[in-house]
Design a protein. Structure first.
Length: 168
């Protein structure tokens, strides 16, 4: 649906996510949507330093982790020569896995990525599920796997995983 004329009016780049507000205005990009939702629903840190850490983490996810996965899933964005696709995908897989290892390290001794559960945590779970889908050695990432297990206990997360038919 993201390539339809109707959706392109919401987000001209045809990318997800996009959040259409009751006013009809659309907010696009995770770097804007997640802070907006977090502030609306009390899932965002109020203290300025914690706020900056949250923005930094979302920036890392949006500018590094997500694009690394795109090299695996959409190599055509990075080369027109299909012969290059396997090389792009291999490099993306290594880079993506390296970023997942960084998330694992960040979760050492922590329940959540920030000081409390926040909108950043479901974003991180998405990358875990992508790692599973790409058959990366996710079980080796002990902290990230424990985090995934905590997330999977949340009723809202269970509903989304079931609706999207995602196995973790």
């Amino acid at each position: 649906e993201q390539r339809t004329e109707a959706y392109l009016k919401i987000h001209p780049q045809g990318r997800v996510p996009a959040l259409q507000l009751d006013s009809g205005e659309a907010i696009t990009e995770n770097t804007a949507i997640l802070p907006y939702l977090g502030k609306q629903y009390g899932l965002w840190p109020a203290e300025p330093t914690a706020d900056a850490r949250a923005l930094s983490l979302i920036g890392f996810f949006a500018a590094s982790v997500h694009p690394a996965h795109a090299h695996i899933s959409r190599p055509e964005r990075y080369a027109t020569d299909k012969a290059m696709f396997p090389n792009i995908q291999d490099a993306g897989r290594k880079t993506f896995h390296g970023y997942l290892q960084q998330v694992d390290q960040r979760l050492a001794g922590r329940e959540w990525l920030l000081d409390a559960y926040s909108v950043v945590d479901p974003y991180a779970l998405t990358f875990y599920t992508w790692g599973v889908r790409r058959e990366l050695p996710m079980a080796e990432l002990k902290n990230y796997t424990a985090f995934k297990d905590r997330m999977a206990q949340r009723p809202a997360v269970q509903r989304v995983l079931e609706d999207e038919k995602i196995k973790v």
